[in-house]
Design a protein around this ligand. Sequence first.
Ligand SMILES: [Zn+2]
Length: 316
Amino acid sequence: MSFSLEVKMELSHIEESAECCRRAELAGILRAGLSLRHTPDGPRLLLATENAPLSRRLFTLIKEIYRFEPKISMLKTRRFKAHAVYRLDFSGLMEEGGRKVLDGIGLLADQASGEMVYHHFKTRNRCCKRAYLRGCFLANGSISDPDKSYHLEVAFRSKVQADEFMNYLKEFGLEPRFIMRKNHFLVYLKEGQEIVDFLNVIGAHNALMNLENIRIMKEMRNQVNRIVNCETANLSKTVDASFRQTESIRYIKEHSGLENLPKPLYQIALLRLENPDVSLTELGKMLNPPLSKSGVNHRLRKIEKIAESLGFDYKS
Ligand SMILES: [Zn+2]
């Protein structure tokens, strides 16, 4: 199951007991989901979903609130072998008694022009705004698999609805973005945190936790990668330094002889030649008496300086 469907399944099972919110959610679903289709039998008012719990929820809501029963049919599509698409037919709402229902949620199915007309839908309560946002997402929203990327969008058929949706999101502190694609007005969120906040607003708490877990895993993976990269960089620096030291010592050996070095330098030069792979700390412990890391470093720097004065050029 896609993450999108997982979120919608969860939303479709939320117990919404307040009448005001049930109405707002229904309005959200219908406003975002209904489309006026032209068929050989005349215009039909349809909503399609592959989410069975959503089709049940929608059926129950509209039956309870408006005493209206949409006709449901199931289409098996070839595109998704295992998937069925549920088609709910609300054409009855275009008839005399039903128009009030559409009017109440700011919709007008204008049969003369064959176009759907969208007016504003106003709701005052914060609880209802959440429910309305949830309804819109249920009908026409999608969210990408968080393993891959962070993207959540809801598609609308009119600018009026998209603006309205964005305004509600802003009231909850979100910063939605907007783009037009083909005939659709898309409102989308791009940041992981924004998507988490949105799921919280619409009440998808399980999905929110799953998303948070994935975010934490991703963050940990990035941190581990950073540490590994950093260690690799340090390691190559160490190897580099050791190579420069042994080359300097060999140069001195060939050009003036190691035995001419002051005794402390002579000792460390021999040790370094014999142990090119050990750290400065370990090198220090091999001396009698032992020497600190910075002491070893100091002596090796002196050796490098002597090699340079004899004409050693590491880079060449
Ligand atoms: Zn409410």
